[in-house]
Design a protein around this ligand. Structure first.
Ligand code: CMP
Length: 162
């Protein structure tokens, strides 16, 4: 159990379908701490870096068009095991098969327009956060309900420490 940071992007369909607030609430209600959030119209150069591992996939061009179509909401979430927790809340890529109760399972019918990007590992999260956020944009503050979100054995642990 480590305190981790993870990158979430609310994709253009989340913004256009007016689901951003609902999706952000899911993360907040779970107990994750929002330490950065902004809206940005993502440029092709940053998207080509972000999706470099999909470059040869048949859906790549459409993915680039979709992701650069209108602004996205970008967030950094912090919490114990947050990379895994956020991936679980998000649900699998192919939204029609995603479990009910997950964001994609409840709100999306599409594999491409699947509302949310979430980092897939701690290492990826570090790279992705640095790609989209400056250090100064990552807020440091105490969450008032912290001691009601985690048990005493889970509190007071330093970032990245067991
Ligand atoms: P995500 O898993 O967050 O990152 C890669 C994105 O590419 C994925 O979400 C979808 O938006 C898109 N994608 C993945 N697979 C397909 C597919 N088979 N067809 C269209 N888009 C896809």
């Amino acid at each position: 159990m480590t305190t981790e940071r993870t990158l979430v992007i609310l994709k253009p369909d989340a913004v256009n379908r007016e689901l951003a607030g609902k999706i952000i609430s899911r993360f907040e209600e779970k107990g994750l701490k929002i330490i950065a959030m902004k809206m940005e119209h993502l440029k092709p150069y940053v998207l080509s870096e972000h999706y470099a591992h999909h470059k040869d996939k048949p859906f790549y061009q459409e993915l680039m068009k979709y992701m650069s179509s209108i602004p996205c909401v970008l967030m950094v979430l912090e919490g114990k095991d947050s990379v895994k927790v956020v991936r679980k809340l998000t649900g699998i890529t192919a939204s029609r098969d995603a479990e009910p109760g997950t964001i994609r399972g409840d709100f999306s019918m599409s594999t491409q327009m699947n509302l949310v990007h979430a980092s897939d590992s701690i290492e990826t999260a570090k790279k992705e956060i640095a790609r989209f956020f400056k250090d100064a944009e990552l807020m440091k503050y105490e969450k008032m309900n912290f001691e009601w979100v985690y048990g005493s054995d889970e509190r007071g642990l330093k970032l990245g420490k067991k």
